[in-house]
Design a protein around this ligand. Structure first.
Ligand code: C5P
Length: 302
């Protein structure tokens, strides 16, 4: 069977519906228990086998519609491609084109999702046929949030993020298709900074793993709505420095009855949208608090 010469892969954003950081590991990373869901909103990664290598001699090139994004070896798309080649020995030259919509530094997993999309694109183009376990191992080597994008639906991730399992069908039914409002101020937050501050804040900023597992099991095995699952214990450290976040979230709670949360290490936040929510008014409140260049997007849980 002949291999395709080009592929285009949807690279979704994610939100952390439940994020419990349970402790720090000896390697400096943190142990997590998180329910993460991909959205129907995201980037698009196109990959095309080239006629030959570009003048630079590099095997991979990357173009992006966002000029602020580095397209060199520091981009997870290129890192993923290099990891794929190291694992498979594939030699063809590939041109990537990334259409970026997910804001950067947002806790929406954009860069990680792009890295995983690059692995999937090369697996198709090369015909290497790497299976789930091999792709998971490559994704885990790229970044903590890369493996969660492989299954293509809501997952529980544990460890540093490398242990990923699907949710039972009854739990997925309470999440799939739910409408969410994503919103982010013009500034981003560094993931590494957030985890450093959490570690500096002392052991009481973690949630014990047994407590996190028990809360999660209660939600998974019960019938409670998605709203009952929402939790993120990275919020206090981020909210202490970036006051604009808690100020707006408080207003969205009191004025609109929403239950907004921060996603991952921020700065993006999200709220599950009830049917008939006054979107124009909510959007106006966000823009009034965070300014006209804040990002606001309606999406659905995939
Ligand atoms: O793995 P990734 O590059 O996405 O992580 C970015 C940074 O966030 C790490 O360098 C680390 O400081 C922090 N981190 C952590 N524990 C995790 C994930 C990320 O401490 N589980």
């Amino acid at each position: 069977m002949s291999q395709p010469q080009n592929v285009s892969i949807f690279s979704p954003a994610k939100i952390n519906l439940f994020l419990a950081v349970t402790g720090r590991r000896a390697d400096g990373y943190h142990e997590l228990i998180s329910v993460v869901a991909p959205l129907d909103f995201g980037d698009e990664l196109a990959a095309e086998i080239g006629d030959g290598r570009p003048a630079t001699g590099a095997q991979f090139s990357l173009e992006c519609n966002d000029p602020a994004l580095p397209v060199d070896d520091s981009n997870l798309v290129i890192k993923a491609a290099q990891a794929f080649v190291a694992a498979t020995g594939w030699k063809a030259a590939v041109k990537f084109r990334l259409t970026k919509r997910i804001p950067v530094g947002a806790g929406l997993g954009g860069g990680s999702s792009n890295g995983t999309a690059a692995l999937l694109a090369l697996n198709q183009l090369s015909g290497a046929g790497l299976g789930r376990a091999a792709l998971m191992a490559l994704a885990a080597g790229l970044g903590s949030d890369c493996p969660l994008f492989l299954p293509g639906g809501p997952v529980v991730m544990r460890g540093r993020g490398e242990r990923v399992e699907g949710l039972p069908a009854a739990a997925v039914r309470r999440l799939h298709g739910r409408s969410v409002l994503l919103f982010k101020p013009s500034f981003g937050v560094s993931t590494a900074w957030t985890y450093e501050r959490l570690a500096a804040a002392g052991p009481e900023s973690y949630l014990a793993a047994a407590e996190a597992e028990s809360r999660l099991a209660t939600w998974i095995e019960g019938e409670a709505d998605a709203a009952e699952l929402l939790f993120n214990n990275l919020e206090p450290v981020v909210f202490r420095k970036y006051l604009a976040l808690p100020v707006l979230l408080k207003r969205l709670r009191s004025q609109f009855g929403l239950a907004p949360r921060m996603s991952g290490s921020g700065s993006a936040c999200f709220a599950l949208l009830p049917v008939g929510a006054p979107l124009a008014e909510i959007r106006a409140a966000i823009v009034e608090a965070w300014g006209p260049i804040s990002f606001v997007q309606v999406a659905a849980i995939a």
